[in-house]
Ligand binder design. Sequence first.
Ligand code: ACM
Length: 789
Amino acid sequence: MRRASGSNTGGFKTWALLLLATLAAGCGDAPGPQAADAKQTPAVQPATAVPALPLIPMPASTARGEGGFPVRADTPVIAAANDPAARQAAQQFARLLEESFGAAPRVSDAGDAGHAIAFITDPQLKASAEGYVLEVSSDGVRIRARGAAGLFYGGVSLWQLLSADGENQLPVTLPAVRIDDAPRFAWRGFMLDSARHLQSVGEIKRLLDQMARHKLNVFHWHLTDDQGWRLEIKRYPKLTQVGAWRVPAGKAGRDSVGKPVRYGGFYTQAQAREIVEYARQLHITVVPEIELPGHAQAAIASYPELGVTGKAPPVSPDWGVHTWLFNVEDPTFTFLENVLNEVMAVFPGQYIHIGGDEADKYQWQHSPQVQARRKALGLADDMQLQSWFIKRIEKFLVAHERRLIGWDEILEGGLPPEATVMSWRGTKGAVEAARQGHDVVLTPSDVTYLNRMQSEEVDEPPAHDYPTPLKAVYDFEPVPPELDAEQAKHVMGTQANLWTEHVRTEARVEHMAFPRLSALAEVAWSPKASRDWNGFLQRLAPQMRRFARAGIRAADSAFAVRIDAQPQGDGAKVALANQAGFGELRYTTDGTEPNARSARYAQPLQLKLPATLAGNAFLDGKPLARTRNQRIDAALLRSRDAEQLAPCRKQGYVLRVEDDEPLQGERAVVPVDIAGPCWLWKQAPLEGAASLRAEIVDLPYNFQFGGESAAAAPPNQANAPAALQVFGNTCEGRPLASAKVAQTDAATEQLEIALPSPMATRDLCLKFSGDYRHTLWAIDRVELVPAAR
Ligand code: ACM
């Protein structure tokens, strides 16, 4: 669907005028159309009659009135001196205004409440504990709630209304409106993995700030895993002396003179308390996660007696499912209870997360001692043993008036009586647990795992397998349809999880989290019936500017212009699109930055070579993304980034993996099927090609797939030096051509393979010889080099 280009003076002020005009004409809100399929169609412009209030998450209910209220820099913000909750919320609101407008209004005692912004605790208010009522009239703004959380959320909504135009200037005239808001779900979570890579206390506070601004209220903090133990436990100092440090895989694990690099760190209890308190002020509960009985390698590296074999493993530099489990002896439970005692002293929230996922039973199965204990306990199998383990921990937590929550594997062998289940392997676990009368939190990995890439573009950072675009998160419905109304009451809410195996830096944490967490916030807070993808995108545009203002490096993957150039005659046919199919796509070909007056893209362009194309998407005259640039020449048309090649296996396990070098600075990031590295170049234009030039990287192979695969044949160390082989489309038989890889000190190697000639356009399959579990060679880019004329 397309609409004529609007005026470009937009933003919130225009929005307010438009709204007033529409209200005067007697029109109401109309839901926007669904976005067209993003991949192929030109971007569409939303056709919402009245733009929705620029809020994320969308409130439960809004009613618009007549007139409006101008908020000026000197508009008083008031809260009664004897209303501490209101005073706190008003102060927090003032700090949000300071971020947007450069100066914080002074918060003063009530007095004359007219023409002011007033925060009021109202115990009689008909609202839920976290709900609020926000009223804007020509007399001023009132935010009322029963308690501190509601007042805070009301302040956040008001700040969003004021900061929507991105001009960072007061006055802003608000239209008259009454918002009655309350969350759909009680558990609105975000999980951060600080075990695989840890983040600074400052960064975690920044994330908590953003959570609170999205009305999210549970920070699930993943603190222990095979790759690191991150919380100081005073009784067991080796957990952080030993368990908090690892030697990274590959070249990242050696310094310039070949000495091992120690990588890691931990949070002191004082720092954890600081985070708990910071979160509390933002109405966020911190749920710590201490993993058991699996994901325990760092703990066992610190105290080998906790393990099954008695041996001390290293703190793992690998990713995936490891084999090191806690043993099932009483002293191990004493250890875990002592640890949990310290954890409970730091984290006052009701829930303690005990992990429970991916406990591969290999070590238990192969241990006579564990099996003897299992039999003595009268347990039929290792699933029952795991269940016994978790139940024993639950008993301890319940005795301390806490509640156990764990990943859905805790269903196996039988759930502890009061356990809450976090369903990650789809929604099956939630359905089963809710039917058994247990509370559940929905966090299915296919739509709520923010460690997955947001798009398959070359500029995405490293990530887990397959894309989870913004829309996939937005479309998630947390209540599984299999549940009846009574069972559905056990759905406490939903949560987005950010595992950080491939998220090494804080900038990348932000890129992966935002704006997908904005989508999750709407899923968790807003009424199901109000879900509107196009309206969300429209409201996301100002949110992206708020992110920028706060220094949050949010991903623009949904809006970024993708430039696809194909040969056409002696030039190129160039198509533009963006993932969300949203905004006006505009471009230049003269090297200048595209702006809201640049040529508007409507259909594929015919360009002479060489050309330089720059494109962006715009809404209301403002850019939605970073400009994307592409030089289009003959060499580009003969080349492919690895992202433009297909994996040979349909069900491959394609990760975006980061190179392990250089030690400092930018590293290559490549998509590679880590369980069968192989690339298909469909319809490679081979006419006239003399050779294939490849840019390749050697990656450390640091992946584990549980006990059976660890016990299988080890990688062949005495492998013949690898060669890059070029096959026809079957990837089998004798290669058409190949060339040996010459390992140099360069991070990216160049390889040139002479091709038989003549060849016609055909599919090519590219593979490296040798055992990829020894050295994981991967393609970064390939190019066909023409014969010299
Ligand atoms: C998980 O993703 N292993 C809970």
